[in-house]
Design a protein around this ligand. Structure first.
Ligand code: SAM
Length: 243
């Protein structure tokens, strides 16, 4: 099979197809790389995300949706608190996730679906997350619109994504690591040098903290705020659908 090509070179359906192929290629090593490249900090970011949703997740019969769930790490973290559905359009990522779900015994279901046209009715979920996924969808605004559609009134969404470091000095040092060191280690371990060159480029072209918050407000989300994580390497945006 030919290797995936850079999704950022194209748009629309072809970009989505390349994203899907890229994650299919790195799926076997995805978890290992996440933890190695972030020195396990990604685990803390996912736990923080669940904490910021906790009061919603413990409502009676609450159901959470984790979009772009990949191998299911955030779905499982949510599943410790309440019933959770994880959805992704990359089959090999889901296969790894399903093994983890089976081992965990937690109330988590994983299924296939496209973040831009999800197979659920309006207002079905109390809480919705998307972690390191929104940057990969071909239309960020439409992706947010889909999250808004699926949230119950009074529900809360959380978008966890790489962002722009905010501390001068640290920003330059991190960007050097992200642009020069990470692609080498990522390419070496995963066998896909493109995927880990794509990663910093896709973060560069993704809205920064303020722009993403503004975009969420423009969709209709209320009480939008964001938390810089690890100096802004990542940011967690939360917003609610008014009841
Ligand atoms: C970087 S991984 C993040 C996985 C997981 N959320 C995590 O925190 O590790 C991005 C995931 O988004 C999925 N993805 C990208 N675009 C998608 C789309 N349009 N619909 C569904 N899944 C998508 C990819 O297949 C991949 O599994």
């Amino acid at each position: 099979m030919t290797k995936a090509q850079n999704p950022l070179d194209v748009s629309g359906a072809e970009r989505a197809r390349r994203v899907q192929q890229m994650f299919s290629e790195i799926a076997p090593r995805y978890d290992l790389l996440n933890h190695v490249l972030s020195l396990n900090i990604d685990k803390r970011w996912r736990k923080f995300t669940v904490r910021k949703l906790h009061d919603v997740l413990v409502r009676p019969n609450a159901v959470a949706l984790d979009i772009c769930c990949g191998t299911g790490d955030l779905s499982l973290e949510l599943g410790r608190v309440t019933r959770t559905v994880g959805v992704d359009f990359c089959h090999p990522m889901l296969v790894h996730g399903l093994e983890k779900v089976k081992r965990s015994g937690l109330p988590v279901t994983l299924c296939a679906g496209d973040a831009l046209r999800l197979p659920f009715a309006d207002a079905e979920f109390d809480a919705i997350t998307i972690a390191f996924g929104l940057r990969n969808v071909t239309d960020v605004k439409r992706g947010l619109g889909e999250i808004y559609r699926l949230l119950k009134p009074g529900g809360r969404a959380a978008v966890l994504e790489f962002s722009q470091p905010v501390i001068p000095g640290f920003r330059q040092a991190f960007n050097w690591y992200f642009n020069h060191v990470l692609p080498r280690i990522g390419g070496w371990i995963s066998g896909s040098s493109m995927a880990y060159t794509y990663l910093p480029s896709s973060v560069q072209s993704f809205p920064n903290q303020k722009a993403l918050a503004e975009m969420m407000r423009s969709i209709g989300f209320a009480k939008v705020k964001y938390y810089n994580l690890s100096g802004g390497i990542a940011a967690l945006h939360v917003g609610e659908k008014q009841g």
